[in-house]
Design a protein around this ligand. Structure first.
Ligand SMILES: [Zn+2]
Length: 591
């Protein structure tokens, strides 16, 4: 993994498994109606409808253009997940009110996540391939690695984060050469590509591979997205010149496949009411190599009051950093680009009930410009999602604690989790970047650090008179909820793995005790010491930079036992009831 994958912090709601699970045999027909209902009966709809009436005329026109680009991005995303998505989409468009169309919308393509957590087609298409549709169908990682061993110069483009890998057949090559010929702007921005493809086309090799950038693989739609963002920029220029500048930079990024100008103006920009995450960032969907970023777009409306309130709370940030249990404190930038937003619409990989976004992942860009934090307020404070969290919490703890998770503890805990990514060490003691040093364990450690910094910071805020014991109690209850898993985590699930490690550590230190039927009692008086002790260990592992030590730590703290973990997990699953899946709909899209 070249990217730290902690940018989207997923709520307790539906998380689509990112990596390939056991796959059942390919069905040759669509699911029967009863199987379709089985999923939809456990699906609840969340509708997001922020008030756009305070936007100016220009901003509203920009919104329309950006939503149009969102629809393009949605299609590219679906097509990058499955080779027959476009066909399925076309077929279901003719029958929009059917259960099959709803399932397609829920899963953003023809592959469902079943009730027993398997990925399976519900339409008559091939089962999901680990390489989705950004590697050649049927290609294995061994086959690609073998090719790269004899063609080392191809590694960078074939394992690039924004390229599609092809077999080097005459057909694929001529298609890509034609796409470049049809789109002079894209051709001009990739000056040596056409020549290279023409050379390859002289001796096609179906056993060989090559890669083209996303702008070439999705050339027509990349151009359409470019023009849509340029029109949006013109519309909003008079009201919000900085946002317009960002849109223009990002428009060019989508046809040049280099995101630096857009990332720089996004992270450092001071925008008005609108903001937008646009482009391919997260690699969760790539189950072959874990390197390809998948397309997303989120259109956001700033909550000015909440953002201003939040900025006040950041005054004590350096004090929190200085109090963290490690040597070699850093100077924390005072102007973290953080804001509270209402989701107007999400597309592609960003669609769902994510609670916060923290981008970009690119270590070079984040070192140069920082990372922007977008708190997704109408998800975090959605009454139905909050009620579901409350139900899960109540199912886990003793009745006496059931009311502890009140107010906005979840919001505050998530907020400081995101800020927590800014605090603590960025490099190992001998100067290596954490993700390179800690490899597969980097994500789990970074996420756990952010969780613990959040709990640690709230204790400090109360001690300093900046928060109240009641608010702390709610944040701490949310911290317990965070540590609960409804299923035994797989090793490739960094969030769930580190949640389990926290849970077991909390039990070990007596912060939690389990009574009959695995009901949890919370001993709040042990909270500060427990959090501090675990945070100390996690930061020490980060600074040590030894993946073997991290592995030993996670092996020690991720035991899963039947009487305790299984019993608790079953109760949590029961509490999810008919809200196993969440379908998000957007008023801005006329839904
Ligand atoms: Zn995080």
């Amino acid at each position: 993994m070249t990217h730290p994958r902690f940018s989207i912090c997923v709520a307790a709601a539906v998380a689509f498994p990112a990596f390939a699970l056991a796959q059942s045999a390919s069905p040759v027909t669509d699911w029967p109606p009863a199987r379709q209902r089985e999923i939809l009966d456990k699906t609840k709809t969340v509708r997001l409808a922020p008030d756009l009436s305070r936007l100016t005329e220009g901003e509203r026109r920009a919104v329309d253009e950006i939503l149009g680009v969102g629809q393009i991005i949605q299609q590219i995303y679906e097509d990058s997940l499955h080779p027959r998505a476009a066909e399925a989409r076309k077929r279901l468009a003719a029958a929009p009110d059917t259960d099959l169309a709803t399932l397609y919308r829920l899963f953003q393509g023809p592959i469902a996540t079943t009730l027993d957590n398997k990925r399976e087609p519900f339409l008559a298409v091939d089962p999901p391939a680990p390489g989705r549709n950004v590697y050649p169908q049927g290609a294995t990682s061994e086959e690609i690695e073998a090719f790269l061993a004899t063609h080392p110069l191809e590694r960078e483009s074939i394992l690039g984060d924004r390229t599609v890998v092809r077999r080097a057949t005459a057909e694929w090559l001529s298609g890509d050469i034609a796409a470049l010929a049809q789109h002079p702007l894209i051709d001009g921005l990739h000056p040596f590509l056409a020549e290279r493809l023409k050379t390859l086309a002289k001796t096609p090799d179906p056993k060989g591979f090559y890669a083209v950038p996303y702008s070439v693989a999705y050339a027509d739609r990349s151009m359409a997205a470019y023009l849509g963002l340029m029109r949006a920029a013109s519309a909003v220029e008079g009201d919000d010149a900085e946002f317009a500048g960002y849109l223009r930079n990002r428009a060019r990024d989508l046809v040049s496949d280099s995101y630096e100008s857009g990332d720089a103006s996004w992270v450092t920009g001071h925008f008005g009411k609108l903001n937008a995450q646009i482009g391919a960032y997260e690699t969760y969907d790539d189950a072959l190599f874990g390197v390809k970023a998948f397309y997303s777009l989120s259109l956001l409306l700033r909550d000015e009051t909440a953002t201003a309130e939040l900025a006040k709370g950041l005054a004590g940030l350096q004090e929190v950093e200085d109090a963290l249990p490690y040597e070699g404190k850093k100077k924390v930038r005072a102007d973290i680009p953080i804001g509270v937003y209402e989701i107007t619409a999400d597309f592609g990989q960003a669609r769902g009930t994510n609670t916060a976004t923290n981008l970009p992942n690119d270590p070079l860009h984040s070192r140069r410009y920082g990372r922007i934090i977008l708190m997704r307020e109408n998800i975090l404070k959605n009454p139905e999602l909050q009620a579901a969290a409350q139900k899960r919490f109540a199912a886990a703890v003793e009745p006496a604690h059931a009311a502890d998770l009140s107010g906005d503890g979840g919001f505050q805990r998530t907020l400081w989790h995101e800020i927590g990514h800014y605090l603590g060490p960025e490099r190992t003691r001998d100067g290596r970047p954490l993700d390179q040093a800690l490899k597969d364990w980097a994500d789990a450690l970074e996420e756990m650090k952010a969780d613990l910094v959040s709990l640690f910071a709230h204790q400090r805020l109360v001690d300093a008179g900046l928060s109240t014991p009641e608010k702390l109690r709610s944040v701490q209850a949310s911290g317990i909820l965070r540590s609960l898993n409804s299923n035994k985590p797989r090793r490739d699930q960094p969030y769930q793995t580190m949640q389990l490690a926290q849970f077991n550590f909390f039990l070990d230190r007596g912060l939690l005790t389990a009574g009959p039927e695995a009901r949890l009692a919370i001993h709040y008086e042990r909270y500060p010491d427990t959090v501090r002790a675990l945070l100390e260990q996690v930061i020490a592992l980060q600074q040590g930079g030894d993946p073997a030590a991290a592995q030993a730590f996670f092996e020690r703290w991720t035991a899963w036992t039947e009487p305790l973990h299984d019993a608790l997990a079953k109760r949590l699953r029961d509490a999810e009831g008919d809200a196993r899946y969440r379908l998000v709909r957007y008023a801005a899209l006329g839904e």
